[in-house]
Design a binder for this molecule. Structure first.
Ligand code: NAD
Ligand code: ZN
Length: 364
C-alpha cells in the first residue's frame, strides 16, 4: 500500500469494512493479510479477467492455500447453475467455515462470488476485488449479492458484506471503452441522487474521465464510494433511502431483461434509464427543461444511450417493470428527480403520462 492509497470506511457497526482505492494494490499481500482469517482462499474470476490479473493476486497470497474457479464471462451466465460451480469448488476442495472467497472481476463475478460466500456453510469470509469501473464505484460496495432468474434480474440473492474492497485503478487500463462508459452511468447517478456539486464536477471533467486520467478517475471513484457508503450506512437493507440508488434502474432493468441479458450493458441501460427518469420528472413539472437537457447531455458525453430501445414499447415496459423488486403492493415505484442533484422514491404519478416517456419520449 503506498501513501496515495485512499481508505474509506463503510460504517455498519460490527459489519464495517474498509475500501482501499489506489494503484499497485492487486499484488500487495499486506492489503489482503488483515482480512484473511483461515488458510483457505478461493479466488473466483472469469475467462477474461483471470488471464490478466489472476497470477498477480495468487502471487500476493502465496502464504495461503489458494484455489481458483474461472466462470464463463457475461451477464447471461449470472445464473444459479453457474453459481453452483463456485459451491462445487468449495466442497471439492473441502474448504471449511474459516475460508475466504475472493471475487476478482466486474460486478457479475462480484455478485456471484459474494452470494456463494453468503451461502456456503451459511456464510464465509468474502473479499471484493473489483476490476471494472462499475464494480469499483457501485457493485462491490454495500453488500448486495446474487444471481438473475429468467423472469427478472437479481431476483435471487442476499445482503452480505465483504471483509474489505480492494479497488486497484490500474486494472481499468484494460477495460474497453463501452465498459468504462457503463461505469460512468453509476458515477453520474450519485451526483443526481444527492450530490449536486459532484454533478457539476462531472460536467467539468467528463472528457478527461473518458480519456482515463488516473487522478481524476481515482477522485471520481472515491467520491462515488463515499456517497454510496453514506447511503448504505444509513439504510443497509433498503427500508428507505437506499432505494434512491436505483435511480434509472427500474427502467434500466426492464431494458436489460426485455432485450435479453448481455445485449445492453447494465450501465448503458442505467444511462438510458436516468434520461427516462429525467424526462418523466420534467413532464411531472419537477425538473426544469434546462436541467433535463444538462442531464441528458452529460449522459451522452459519457458515451451512453439517452433513449430506450425502440423494440420495447410502453406496454412491454409496464409488464417488465411490474416484476421489478421496487414494486410494492402492485404499484410501480420509481426514483424521480425533484431538482438537479436530489431524488425521491414515489409511486404517486399518472401512469398515462408515464407511457409517453416509456414510448421513447413522444410528443410534448
Ligand atoms: N451488487 C450491487 O450492488 C450491484 C450494483 C450495480 C451493479 N451490479 C451488477 O453488476 C453487474 C455489472 O457489472 P459490470 O459492469 O462490472 O459487468 P461485468 O462483470 O460483466 O464486467 C464487464 C466486462 O468487463 C470484463 N472485465 C472486467 N474487468 C476487466 C478489466 N480490468 N479489463 C478488461 N476487461 C475486464 C468482464 O469480464 C466483462 O466482460 C450486473 O450484473 C449488475 O446487476 C450489482
Ligand atoms: Zn446499477
Amino acid at each position: 500500500m503506498n501513501n496515495q492509497t485512499s481508505i474509506l470506511n463503510v460504517n455498519l457497526a460490527e459489519r464495517s469494512y474498509p475500501i482501499y482505492i489506489g494503484t499497485d494494490l492487486l499484488g500487495d499481500s499486506a492489503v489482503y493479510r488483515p482480512h484473511i482469517h483461515g488458510q483457505q482462499v478461493l479466488i473466483v474470476s472469469n475467462t477474461t479477467v483471470a488471464p490478466l490479473y489472476l497470477e498477480t493476486v495468487q502471487a500476493a497470497l502465496r502464504e495461503f492455500r489458494v484455489e481458483s474457479v474461472i466462470l464463463p464471462d457475461g451477464e447471461q451466465y449470472k445464473t444459479l447453475a453457474v453459481w453452483q460451480g463456485i459451491i462445487d469448488a468449495l466442497l471439492e476442495n473441502r474448504f471449511d467455515r474459516r475460508c475466504t472467497v475472493i471475487g476478482l472481476g466486474g460486478g457479475v463475478v462480484g455478485d456471484m462470488a459474494g452470494f456463494a460466500a453468503a451461502c456456503y456453510q451459511r456464510g464465509v469470509y468474502f473479499i471484493q476485488v473489483p476490476t471494472t469501473l462499475l464494480a469499483q464505484v457501485d457493485s462491490s460496495v454495500g453488500g448486495k449479492t446474487g444471481v438473475n432468474h429468467p423472469l427478472g434480474k437479481n431476483m435471487i440473492g442476499a445482503f452480505y458484506q465483504p471483509q474489505c474492497v480492494i479497488a486497484d485503478i490500474q486494472t481499468l487500463a484494460t477495460l474497453d471503452k463501452r465498459q468504462l462508459s457503463a461505469g460512468l452511468a453509476e458515477v453520474i447517478k450519485y451526483g443526481l441522487i444527492g450530490d449536486p456539486e459532484f454533478f457539476v464536477w462531472l460536467e467539468q471533467n467528463m472528457d478527461s474521465l473518458m480519456a482515463r486520467d488516473q487522478a481524476l478517475l481515482s477522485y471520481a471513484i472515491e467520491r462515488s464510494c463515499s456517497d454510496k457508503a453514506g447511503v448504505v450506512a444509513a439504510d443497509e437493507r433498503e427500508a428507505g433511502n437506499r432505494a434512491l440508488l436505483n435511480l434509472g434502474h427500474t427502467f434500466g432493468h426492464a431494458i436489460e431483461t426485455g432485450m435479453g441479458y448481455g445485449e445492453w450493458l447494465h450501465g448503458e441501460a442505467v444511462g438510458a434509464g436516468i434520461c427516462m427518469a429525467a424526462d418523466f420528472s420534467r413532464r411531472l413539472g419537477w425538473l426544469t427543461a434546462s436541467d433535463q437537457a444538462r442531464i441528458t447531455a452529460l449522459i451522452a458525453r459519457a458515451g451512453l444511450p439517452t433513449h430506450p430501445p425502440e423494440s420495447i414499447d410502453a406496454d412491454r415496459f409496464m409488464q417488465l417493470m411490474s416484476v421489478d423488486k421496487k414494486v410494492l403492493a402492485q404499484k410501480i415505484r420509481l426514483v424521480l428527480m425533484n431538482q438537479l442533484g436530489s431524488s425521491v422514491v414515489t409511486d404517486d404519478f399518472d401512469s398515462e403520462l408515464l407511457k409517453v416517456t416509456l414510448n421513447g419520449y413522444g410528443p410534448e
